[in-house]
Design a protein around this ligand. Sequence first.
Ligand code: B1M
Length: 215
Amino acid sequence: MNQDLFAEMRASIEDGDAERATAAARAALDAGIDPLAAIDSGFMPGLTWVGDQFACGEMFLPDMMLAARAMKAAFAVLEPEMKARSTERSVAGRVVIGTVKGDIHEIGKNLVATMLGAAGFEVHDLGVDVPPERFAEKAAEVGADIVGVSALLTTTMTGQRAVIAALGERGLRPAVKVIVGGAPVTRAWAAEIGADGYSEDAVGAVALAKSLVGA
Ligand code: B1M
């Protein structure tokens, strides 16, 4: 039964069908499926498949845009439930998060932001295509403990290094910790640019953020 639902979630993304994705997300919640499991085992495989098809020239940019729209529609259904399930209400720390300049991928960053919020962090999401100085400005303004920087393109990963430099120029380092992530990002890259931590997924990002603030 659940396998059929996971297959439907995946198919809705592969077809780039937002209405079908919305219905599949609602069906998952009705069936008692954990929202994160729905994302990881249902919708994400669909998006990964579309990305692979794009990479080998079998699908094109409009297909990837439709798939992303469908994913965001599913996420809109699942996100309130993810927040509602959180039992942690005290502020664990302040996080400023965004996707680097030149990069408009937001789905993974949004997932990380939601999970951090659900884990009790006060999250300031700057959105996508964020210049390094903007991260630093916001971190100073809100007294951030952590700055989270997402990058999905090999060509924009260097923006993560630029954010660390901008924080340094404002005298915010090393007090403000920096965590990085995104599909092309690796632990080795994080170490090379002097980030304080790397996580390959949203669940790991929460554990990392907690460890950095001693929560
Ligand atoms: Co783009 N795209 N895209 N795209 N896109 C990729 C990333 C790509 C791998 C596809 C491919 O070729 N196989 C490829 C990058 C190749 C590379 O550089 N290595 C690519 C390309 C080339 C492009 C364009 C250049 C295409 C073009 O125009 N010719 C263009 C660039 C636009 C730009 O940013 N300037 C582009 C555009 C787009 C769309 C706009 C159509 C759309 C994004 C829409 C949106 O976000 N609103 C899109 C999409 C959807 C994808 C794929 C298919 C899916 C990305 C995604 O949302 N994944 C992607 C292929 C793929 O990843 N398989 C692809 C789901 C998401 C939950 O995962 O973002 O990895 P992810 O986040 C994960 C982890 O990485 C981690 O946790 C998340 C949850 O587990 N994580 C963090 C992420 N951020 C973190 C931060 C942290 C910690 C963990 O701490 C702060």
